[in-house]
Ligand binder design. Structure first.
Ligand SMILES: *Cc1c(COP(=O)(O)O)cnc(C)c1O
Length: 395
């Protein structure tokens, strides 16, 4: 029996189940390679963020093992007390050089990188201009800052300008923040135009490049490189959990800001540092990308092939310009059924519904990876075609 004071929770969960929005966790029992074992079944992996196949790369694994032997399992302190390892500093230098920025701060995750960066830069007297579809971690970081949050229309520099004109005069300072690549649709922010507008009004500029690093720009140097805006954006947030294949977040950018964040960022001051093993694996990933563009090229080749074939089959793959491939299905129950059929046929691709995406825009999101061979892609395409016909999505 549920206690009376907790009944509302049971009702909330039931409502999620009834509306098809309840999240069922699948359990992974292997490394996230092209194929992996999920809930006891060997399936083609079309849904992790392992863009470059680095997550199970032998070089990363070896680097992690060596760091584990040298530094132990955990730093057992926050960075600002006794948790800053030599390897943390080395990684910060390497990622800053890779992204061509002055300095970088390594934190525990991309989610926390936004919490590290936003509250120190803006407060109660300030205003944040935020894209309508920004990631939850930007929204939470913005809320924590207690600045006024003004949402501008998705990827719309003209609306950004009109919002700046309307709200900046009543505030001490402003900050514009946007995702670089939007993770649900795979579209890219018009960073050059947003920068131009923000700069004209003296507004701070920040971009979250979680899905751009390792994907966009020369050799995967990210969205700022893609637009040739080096040295312009004040803050570039990133993550080591996607293309880099490990875990951890980074706040990169101008030295004056990064130095300031080392004094003020709460995830840095009050939560223990990332383990040496993870840090070493991150560093190996950055080194691999700095040394060769081969993986990034294969990622794009696979992306062009998969998307082209899906369109030929007749699927609506949205407006993505990146390896993120949303297979638009509309109804959340249809997306779940489609995903279940795929899984039974040996393809792992998860359905996404509200609140991750807007109501009525449920989809299966395929994440293309350099780890996939042409035969793997053809296997996945074959199953999408078969099930698309069975469920009446394709005619
Ligand atoms: C995934 C993602 C994050 C979170 O990164 P983690 O390292 O997984 O915490 C932050 N911002 C954006 C835009 C993301 O897509």
């Amino acid at each position: 029996m549920t206690e009376a004071k907790l009944l509302w929770i049971a009702e909330e969960v039931k409502a999620l189940q009834d509306s098809g929005l309840f999240i069922n966790l699948r359990t992974i029992e292997s490394a996230p390679g092209a194929w992996m074992v999920v809930d006891g079944q060997r399936v083609l992996n079309l849904c992790t963020n392992n863009y470059l196949g680095l997550a199970d790369d032998p070089w990363l694994i070896q680097a992690a093992k060596e760091a584990l032997d040298r530094y132990g399992a955990g730093p057992t302190a926050v960075r600002s007390i006794a948790g800053t390892l030599a390897i943390h500093k080395e990684l910060e230098e390497k990622i800053a050089a890779f992204k061509n920025v002055e300095d970088a701060l390594y934190v525990q995750s991309g989610f926390l990188a936004n919490q590290a960066a936003l509250p120190p830069l803006v407060g109660k007297e300030d205003v944040i201009f935020s894209d309508r579809l920004n990631h939850a971690s930007i929204i939470d970081g913005a809320r924590l800052s207690r600045a006024k949050i003004v949402v501008y229309e998705h990827c719309d520099p003209a609306d950004l300008e009109s919002k700046i004109k309307e709200y900046l005069p009543q505030h001490r300072r402003g900050l514009m923040v946007t995702d670089g690549v939007f993770s649900m649709d795979g579209d890219v922010a018009p960073l050059d135009k947003l920068y131009e507008v923000a700069e004209r009004y003296g507004v701070l500029t920040m971009v979250d490049d979680a899905h751009g690093e390792g994907v966009l720009g020369r050799g995967g140097r990210g969205i700022v490189d893609h637009f040739g805006l080096h040295g312009k954006f004040d803050v570039e947030v990133g993550t080591f959990s996607k293309a880099f294949g490990v875990v951890g977040g980074v706040v990169a950018g101008k030295k004056v800001i990064v130095d300031y964040l080392r004094q003020k960022a709460r995830p840095f001051l009050f939560s223990s540092a990332v383990t040496a093993a993870d840090t070493a694996a991150c560093m190996a990933a950055v080194e691999m990308l700095a040394a060769s563009t081969e993986l990034v090229e294969r990622l794009w080749e696979n992306t062009r092939y998969f998307k082209g074939q899906m369109q030929t089959l007749g699927f609506d793959v949205g407006h993505s310009v990146t390896p993120i491939t949303p297979v638009m299905l509309g109804d959340v129950k249809l997306a779940q059924t489609f995903s279940r059929h795929l899984f039974a046929a040996g393809v792992f691709a998860m359905p996404l519904g509200f609140p991750t995406v807007p109501q009525g825009q449920a989809r299966i999101r395929v994440m293309v990876s350099a780890a996939l061979s042409r035969a793997d892609l053809d296997f996945g395409l074959g199953k999408f075609a078969e099930i698309g016909r069975t469920l009446g999505v394709l005619s």
